[in-house]
Design a binder for this molecule. Structure first.
Ligand SMILES: C[S@@+](CC[C@H](N)C(=O)[O-])C[C@H]1O[C@@H](n2cnc3c(N)ncnc32)[C@H](O)[C@@H]1O
Length: 221
């Protein structure tokens, strides 16, 4: 089933998933949500400690988190190795319809599509400061060990994908992080935070983006 293009309240596009029946981002604002949760609470926080980061994203989707991160590498002179897992990639035509490069007024708008056309399974040097490795695989089928400084956990919400918020999947994130690494997610459900604590994380509730009271940041100490 095809995804439908929708406009969120900050004017940025999102998709309504044909497979899961839910939107890829907050209806209050896709760019607003991604900037708040993944960039400000995740990337900026971690960049206070190191300018060279290995980032893992669960759910490449529209590529918005990757694009915002790439733009931040240029602004803050960060060096990022970005791995992104996506089981159900969107089509190139659908990516081309998204208005992120236009809204973000990037000096290099073609970079957004370069993220989408980058090969699967090979590291693509999209810029000197941003290298991308995309994998088309289910998160269930991968296992990392202490490789990442930062994880963007951006699967669909627990109502749509309950198994992705249970302990076995959350333990995979814990294992993927280096000591001192962090995971950020928009989800702040009580039982998810309890599961995160059970797998070993120190869990912090932070103010959420507009329309959402809280989000979650977790530390692997
Ligand atoms: C909430 S959307 C967000 C995607 C992306 N970060 C964005 O900003 O557009 C969740 C994404 O996770 C992907 N996904 C869902 N289940 C998955 C799984 N088990 N393994 C890998 N990717 C998955 C979906 O296809 C979707 O692209």
């Amino acid at each position: 089933m095809e995804n439908a293009l929708i406009e969120t309240q900050d004017g940025s596009h999102s998709l309504l998933s044909g497979v899961f029946g839910v939107s890829y981002h907050s209806r209050y604002g896709a760019i607003q949500e991604s900037s708040h949760v993944f960039i400000r609470a995740g990337l900026h926080w971690k960049a206070l400690q190191t300018k060279q980061l290995r980032i893992l994203e669960i759910g490449f989707g529209t590529g918005l988190n990757a694009y915002l991160t790439l733009l931040e590498t240029q602004r803050l002179d960060l060096k990022v190795h970005y791995e992104s897992i996506e089981a159900y990639p969107i089509s190139i035509g659908q990516a081309a319809a998204l208005n992120y490069p236009k809204i973000l007024e990037s000096e290099s708008p073609t970079l957004f599509m370069e993220l989408h056309t980058a090969p699967i399974g090979t590291v693509a040097p999209v810029t000197t400061n941003f290298h991308l490795l995309k994998e088309q695989i289910l998160f269930h089928d991968i296992q990392y060990a202490g490789e990442f400084d930062l994880v963007y956990y951006d699967a669909f919400a627990p109502d749509a994908q309950p198994d992705l918020w249970e302990e076995p999947m959350l333990k995979k994130i814990y294992d993927a992080l280096k000591p001192g690494g962090i995971m950020v997610t928009y989800c702040a459900k009580g039982y998810v935070k309890r599961n995160l604590k059970t797998v070993g994380f120190q869990v912090e509730a932070l103010p959420g983006p507009p329309g959402k009271r809280e989000m979650t940041r977790c530390l692997k100490s």
